[in-house]
Design a protein around this ligand. Sequence first.
Ligand code: PLP
Length: 455
Amino acid sequence: SDEKQRIWEADRDHFMHPWTDFSTFKETGSMIFTAADGVSIQDADGKRYLDGIGGLWCVNIGYGRKEIAEAVAEQICAIPYFSTFGHHTTPPAAKLAAKLAELAPGDLNHVFYGCGGSVANDTAVRLIHFYFNQLGKPTKKQIISRIDGYHGSTYMAMSITGVKVDHIGFDIDEQMVHHISCPNPYRRDPGLSEEAFCRQKVQELEDKILEIGPDNVAAFFAEPIMGAGGVIVPPEGYHKGTLEVCRKYDVLYVSDEVVTAFGRLGHMFASEDEFGIVPDIITCAKGLTSGYLPLGATIFSDRIYEVISKPQAEGAIFTHGFTYSGHPVSCAAALKNIEIIERESICEHVKEMGGYFEERIRELGELDLVGDVRGRKFMICLENVANKATKELIDPKAKVGNRIADACQKRGLIVRPLAHMNILSPPLILTRNDVDFVAQTLRESILEVTEGLRA
Ligand code: PLP
């Protein structure tokens, strides 16, 4: 239609999309999505797709939830916005903070709001720096994170991110951020047991802290399961081991739960319930509102709060905040989203159906192209390889991840290509039939692409 063409051109000519290769964008333009319901999205021609990526690891409760629309509308009519600087607040911001404190592990009882995951991580850095400064340890500023960890796109979060391509053309502050290696069991030395591999990775953190000097190291940032780095599940015991090292040197542990929280692994937060650790800070976003509105949160411990809330010698206060910190409409969406997750026992559903999903997708590991299927529950990655025995990588020029994603799309399934890999992070409300459809469609698509590669 004319309207569709106008939108397509407006998008092509004026909308600079995030994470997009503009060398090819002008030719292909965008697919336009106009509607969504449950686990499905619909394009401008009315074709439906099962959303295998949950928007972008975030639409946890699925699309079309009228209750969220109503909660949001009610809040907009009551009071759409007011600053929360100083001594002002609104009911949703206060109630959500208390709810997050209740759900978060240990004594993580304090919440700072921003608009997404990157900002939640930036906030964590500023909080940590301020904290150590107040403790009279102003040199404790440096951050350690991991290669292939993803923590966001603001300059600070990009620097902490360890995905190499994200740094091309940018100067990350090497005095401030240090990367240790990725704990990817699939790529470990053959002959090294998982236990020995874990010890090696934990030791690497300790060595790095000693190299920089414990008086200079402020924090360690880690996702419970790395997401955008290729869904890396660390070896058993890794998080406990790294937390112990952090405790030994008074280094704060920041668990980036932007993807893993709010049900994705079958828990409200994965740090303690899946990996047995209580970090000092948890950052979250995405599933906090199931993507219905932008919101991020930095949840931190009583210990940090006590220090930053003491009267300061030079009258310093924590000079950090955003116009939209604690935006009441986003907070109202989050409260309703959490209510739905709890009322519908979505975490229980994930434990069961996510388990089945994991099992069905793991079966694809028998295909020639698939070297590794990893992840847990509704957070899965398939790594395609040139040779299963040697784990040899596929030539990036073959664009295998894209080809599989295209083959799936043709069959009505959206999956995410990531270099030679494919990622799945669907809404958490998939039924058994949906799971079977995803598994069968992926199988057919991978087989089709395998044929194509042989031809
Ligand atoms: N941290 C993790 C683990 C993420 O996956 C992401 C986004 O994908 C971010 C942080 C950044 O969040 P945002 O894009 O909301 O700024």
